[in-house]
Design a protein around this ligand. Structure first.
Ligand SMILES: Cc1ncc(C[n+]2csc(CCOP(=O)(O)OP(=O)(O)O)c2C)c(N)n1
Length: 214
């Protein structure tokens, strides 16, 4: 299973979510499918995507939050699993692409290549819904269900250690830092728009546009 195929398969269902990725290959892959302002690619702070996602999920409980992580990154911040489990926000989905490698920096093998199991570690940390998938169909089913459900989920996807041909993204970290919260605010404002006023004569709802402009 290739990570880019997984991302492509769930891309549409990320439209209304706040999405936080780790840096490097997976960020470039998601970006290559089409950048959206509600995607935040966490640069440099390896291991902390889930911590950022947890903060957003707790602060904004009505928003679906999806964290897209890597095995090397999770292994650098294993305590995050216990913190996720402790607060267990139902609006958070933690997807971990486990390619058993630090692919973005040359492919050094991580501890998942020698038997460490992130899905079991997530369960052991207390995350009640933690699954590991190896096939694309299973990934799509689990990830989609996780995003739609109202419980904290960890979906570990075992993927091949392959990534993008290049790492260029035409988006500066600071630009992304400001556009991301702005996009979330805009989504909220759109949802808070009042419904159209009903027409007392029972016809089409009234709008501010003249019915017969001259
Ligand atoms: C604190 C810190 N250490 C090291 C790096 C360099 N670095 C960037 S990406 C990366 C590998 C990430 O591995 P993983 O999460 O498994 O994702 P993959 O690259 O395999 O997609 C490393 C070591 C960093 N950005 N920050």
């Amino acid at each position: 299973m290739k990570r880019i195929d997984c991302l492509s398969a769930i891309y549409d269902s990320l439209e209304d979510c706040a999405v936080v990725t780790i840096m490097g290959a997976v960020a470039v892959e998601l970006y290559s499918l089409g950048h959206r302002a509600n995607f935040f690619y966490l640069e440099h702070a390896m291991g902390l995507a889930s911590s950022i996602g947890l903060g957003i999920a707790l602060a904004q409980p009505n928003r679906k939050v999806v964290v897209i992580d890597g095995d090397g990154s999770v292994l650098m911040n294993l305590g995050t699993l216990t913190t996720l489990a402790r607060y267990a926000p139902g609006n958070l989905t933690h997807i971990v692409f486990d390619n058993e490698s630090l692919l973005s920096v040359g492919g050094f093998p991580t501890a998942t290549s020698t038997g460490s199991d992130i899905g079991l570690m997530a369960s052991g940390a207390g995350i009640e819904h933690s699954v590991t998938v190896r096939e694309l169909d299973a990934f799509v089913a689990e990830a989609t269900e996780a995003v739609e459900s109202d419980r904290l989920s960890c979906v570990v996807a075992k993927v091949e250690a392959v990534g993008p041909a290049g790492f260029h993204m035409d988006l500066h970290m600071l630009e992304n830092r400001f556009e991301f919260p702005r996009a979330l605010r805009l989504q909220d404002e759109k949802q808070a728009e009042p419904p159209p006023r009903p027409d007392p004569r029972g016809a089409e709802p009234l709008t501010d546009e003249p019915a017969h402009p001259h």
